[in-house]
Design a binder for this molecule. Structure first.
Ligand SMILES: *Cc1c(COP(=O)(O)O)cnc(C)c1O
Length: 419
């Protein structure tokens, strides 16, 4: 797969006249098409719903687009809950899959009708004391050990802080029934950024079998099973993207094989995808402002790790296209750096790219999820604008860039003294 930007050099130049780099830009048309395909892939399930993981791209303009495509939201903080509420999401289209949850967040989640997804058995009492137990509730499962798909280890749930053990989760359902719950859900998130059509079907197999066990042992029929996030995207150009139709069909087969014979054919399937819904449909657009030739060749750009933390934090690969040089030979090797006083502030290390000149516009790919969202203000660096490329080709600013005044806005005391 070659990675092709969704904007051309000419488009970028025009956008930059109104909105200087760096900025994140999202492709509305592709976001909608991708959401429609997801719904098509799971159309066999009557109650299917995607609850978009707000943390991936917390912008109300994005949430509204997904809402129009039938999605709900998945939140894990006060601000995400409040953003969902202000966008008009309500019961049953807000999921609250939090952990280590403060009392006021449980209270607010109940107030706005978010479905609470309990991370631990001890949270039953905590919730009861805080705001009472709602009629609809979900529990998060952690099977422990390693999670493998076709003998390949994909992740390590045994080392993850989330969810309840098998024994605990059964006890939790029994307790919750005593507390008056009538509508039960089951949730697990066992592997992140999987580029494999087998992740969801394998996870579904585990959760569906547990649902049958719960029915047989406790007489509780679950209403929904939430496969959560984890469907990934190919950040490197050598990987093939997931086939959402194959994934939907794989889950359907497990459903027919495990749930239907057990009399659980009415279960709704939910997902809480973040990365899959947005990552490929966002670019970080930045301008080369310096070149430096010392022990290595460096290109300095006007974005830095506060605009995209994944390379610095995880050593993550993000593909880079130099606009206008799409077809030029990649015969130079560069480190592409930001300006933080941290040597890990590099968008690419030893990357073969076409010759880059000062003023060239670079597209950093797959930044639509966990990109802007992970931003921070280290070194007094400011967060960029977010733009939306509309279906008609126009561009809307959906978040302005931070200013130095924004950075100072929360400081107190000092200014009162010196005026
Ligand atoms: C982060 C998260 C998601 C989304 O994960 P992606 O990898 O972006 O799909 C979904 N659910 C929960 C509970 C999460 O923490």
């Amino acid at each position: 797969m070659t990675k092709k930007p969704f904007i051309t050099k000419q488009q970028a130049e025009e956008i930059i006249r109104s909105f200087p780099t760096p900025f994140h830009i999202y492709d509305e048309k592709a976001i909608r098409q991708n959401a429609r395909d997801l719904y098509k892939a799971f159309a066999w399930n009557k109650g299917f719903r995607e609850y978009f993981a707000v943390k991936a791209t917390p912008n109300p303009s994005i949430l509204k687009i997904l809402q129009q495509e039938g999605c709900g939201t998945d939140c894990s903080s006060m601000a995400e809950l409040e953003m969902s509420r202000r966008c008009g999401f309500e019961f049953p289209t807000i999921m609250f899959s939090s952990n280590d949850t403060p009392a006021e967040e449980f209270r607010f989640a109940r107030e706005i009708g978010a479905i609470i997804n309990l991370d631990d058995i001890t949270h039953i009492d905590f919730l009861k004391e805080t705001c009472g137990i709602p009629q609809t509730i979900s529990c998060r499962f952690n099977p422990g050990g390693y999670f493998s798909v076709s003998n390949a280890i994909m992740d390590n749930p045994g080392d993850a802080k989330y969810g309840m053990t098998r024994e605990q989760i059964k006890e939790a359902y029994a307790r919750l029934r005593e507390e008056g719950v009538t509508c039960f859900g089951l949730h697990a998130f066992l592997a992140s950024n999987t580029v494999s059509n087998d992740y969801y079907p394998t996870l579904a197999g585990i959760l569906f079998s547990l649902a049958v066990e719960i029915k047989q042992e406790l007489g509780i029929s679950l209403s929904f099973i939430n496969l959560s996030g984890g469907i990934g995207v190919p950040y490197t150009p050598d990987k093939e993207p997931n086939d959402i139709f194959a994934i939907g069909e794989g889950v359907r087969r497990k459903f027919e094989e495990i749930l239907v014979p057990a009399g659980l054919g009415e279960v709704s399937i939910y997902t809480e995808l973040g990365r899959y819904m947005l990552a490929p449909f966002g670019h970080l657009v930045t301008t080369a402002i310096h070149e430096k030739h010392i022990h290595k060749e460096y290109i300095g750009v006007d974005a830095c790790a506060v605009n995209l933390m994944r390379p610095a934090m995880y050593g993550a690969y993000h593909h880079i296209t130099v606009l206008g040089k799409e077809d030029a030979p990649a015969d130079h090797v560069y480190d592409v750096t930001g300006s933080l006083c941290e040597n890990n502030d590099k968008f690419a290390i030893d990357r073969a790219l076409p010759k880059i000149d000062k003023g060239d516009i670079l597209v950093i790919h797959d930044t639509g999820a966990h990109g802007f969202a992970m931003g921070y203000n280290y070194n007094g660096k400011l967060k960029s604008a977010e733009l939306l490329l509309r279906e008609d080709g126009s561009v809307t600013e959906i978040r302005r860039a931070e200013t130095v005044e924004d950075y100072f806005a929360t400081l107190q005391g000092f200014w009162d003294v010196i005026g």
